[in-house]
Write a protein that binds this ligand. Structure first.
Ligand SMILES: Nc1ncnc2c1ncn2[C@@H]1O[C@H](COP(=O)(O)OP(=O)(O)OP(=O)(O)O)[C@@H](O)[C@H]1O
Ligand SMILES: [Mg+2]
Length: 381
């Protein structure tokens, strides 16, 4: 309590006289006549200063001091000592008494002792406030810093995304131009060419938005017990004709009688589609080797895992420097033909399944992606 003082003395006269002096000095005074009572009142009132006689029957001043400091080390305790109590006075300093005044008490000396105690209280309060403000300041600055970082990341994403969309828009515009020329000149080849360009870019924007959607949703898989070959079969079915058009052999090597696993077939379909699309791109790019381009999709039961998929191609392969970056969002070596979202989204889906994705690749030799999906918890149904 503000400016409150607990006065402890076994002599009623001293309590009375000192009580008056202290009240005159502006203190709110509570008194106790022995150590036990003092402790009880102390715990109830929590005064910031205690003024106690050092010699009292039963619990003496030193013991009271010790107990008070135990309870609240920041309490200022001033000891009242008799003339011959030097030893006790020294002992009390050891227990961190603030000061001692000798009987009979001279008011001026008491005032000085009390002022000193109050100064100590004020300094401690300032220090506490300062520390508190400092902590607050550090908290605020850290928050601002984190916010700035987050905004910078959002800004970068928006920039990259705009770039990807601009590329697609460019493709669509080009297609429209060729298509219009075809209409103008009634030129069937232009018409076909323009149409293909538009179709390709419509696919691209569809895929981009699907991947982004998956990415933003946090990709919580909808688990169901299903045949792991199902998405692999669908992807081969979807992509084989396109690969053939490019002169690429696509084959499926799917394990027979694979056990069903608990996974999200639709999301795994997207992953395999991304890998196969990349493999087709890698086989399309011109490289000196003129061997027949091949892509294989494999599925196997794997010890300790539910299923392992492999997508293997003998296309362009990757340098080590590229390999390190392929899972970063918007990393692409395909210029306007790629957005660099495919593998990032794929990895996110695999992570959500608590699976792993690995890559082996050599430049001008080919690439092998491996995906492992755990059996899942809901296998008993
Ligand atoms: N099978 C592969 N062979 C060679 N390089 C590959 C292969 N798969 C991925 N890459 C490299 O990884 C990069 C990132 O692939 P990712 O699928 O994330 O993006 P992208 O294919 O460029 O664009 P998109 O978002 O349209 O898929 C590719 O640009 C390519 O350089
Ligand atoms: Mg891709």
């Amino acid at each position: 309590m503000e400016k409150s003082i607990l006065l402890v003395d076994d002599e009623a006269g001293i309590r009375k006289v000192l009580g008056i002096s202290l009240r005159d000095m502006g203190f709110h005074v509570v008194t106790a006549e022995n150590g036990q009572e003092a402790l009880r009142i102390f715990k109830k009132v929590c005064p910031s200063i205690v003024l106690t006689d050092i010699k009292m029957p039963e619990m003496d001043g030193i013991e009271l001091l010790r107990r008070i400091k135990e309870h609240d080390p920041e309490t200022e305790v001033i000891m009242i000592t008799g003339h011959g109590d030097m030893d006790l006075a020294i002992k009390s300093v050891k227990y961190e008494a603030t000061d001692f005044v000798t009987k009979p008490i001279n008011d001026d000396i008491l005032v000085i002792a009390l002022q000193r105690a109050q100064e100590r209280i004020a300094i401690r309060r300032q220090l506490n406030e300062y520390t508190h403000n400092l902590e607050q300041l550090v908290r605020e600055k850290t928050q601002k810093l984190l916010e700035a970082e987050r905004l910078a990341a959002v800004g970068q994403t928006v920039t990259d995304l705009s770039h990807a969309i601009k590329n697609i828009a460019g493709g669509l515009k080009g297609g429209t131009f060729v298509l219009e020329k075809g209409i103008e000149l009634s030129h069937r080849q232009y018409l076909m060419q323009g149409w293909e360009m538009i179709k390709g870019n419509v696919d691209k924007i569809t895929n981009l938005s699907l991947d982004l959607l998956n990415y933003a949703k946090g990709t919580e898989p909808k688990y169901q017990l299903a045949d792991p070959n199902q998405p692999a079969r669908e992807v081969v079915h979807l992509m084989a004709p396109l690969a053939k058009e490019q002169g690429i052999d696509m084959s499926a090597d799917l394990g027979r009688g694979l056990e069903k696993i608990s996974f999200d077939p639709e999301l795994i379909h997207r992953c395999l589609l991304n890998l196969v699309t990349n493999a087709v791109d890698a086989c399309k790019s011109e490289d000196p080797g003129n061997q027949k381009k091949k892509i294989t999709i494999r599925s196997r039961n794997q010890l300790n895992w539910g299923v392992e998929y492999q997508v293997v191609d003998n296309g362009s392969g990757m340098s080590n420097a590229i390999k390190k970056k392929i899972f970063q969002r918007f990393f692409s070596t395909k210029g306007s033909a790629g957005t660099g979202i495919g593998l990032m989204a794929t990895k996110k889906i695999i992570d959500a399944h608590q699976g792993v994705i690995m890559v082996k690749s050599d430049e001008n030799v080919g690439t092998e992606f491996i995906i492992r999906i755990p059996r899942g918890l809901k296998i008993e149904d």
